[in-house]
Design a protein around this ligand. Sequence first.
Ligand SMILES: [Zn+2]
Ligand SMILES: [Zn+2]
Length: 137
Amino acid sequence: MSIHMQGRCVCNKLQYSLDLDSPEDARATLCHCYSCRRAFGTNYGLTAKVPIQAFRYESGTPKKYKQENGVTREFCDNCGAYVCEYGEAAADKFRYIMWGSLDDPSLVKPKGEFFCKSRPDWMPEIPGLFHKKEIKE
Ligand SMILES: [Zn+2]
Ligand SMILES: [Zn+2]
């Protein structure tokens, strides 16, 4: 079942679309690393990994910021909301879409958690997902 999804920043200046052969092609994961924590302003980041060809901006031009660990995040220069991110190795292959920027993320359910070693002790593991201490293990 191919699907078409749309997403946007808070002020609607940045809008994008996603075209996937299947909802399974969007791999959503939580990340508890300190970089995501800082960028998202919450205790974890939640993104959906999609092939770069599936992602297209429909309106607006993102501002980009590459931080010291090589992660680039694209965001709206008006409202400041993040739309997607990618590390150096993924830059020409994948986009990690900020889950909450999707208009209807209900089809995109998380499959795993990364950097569980940094998960705060009051945050339970989500049962039934894979759990990695860092990225690889
Ligand atoms: Zn905006
Ligand atoms: Zn992270």
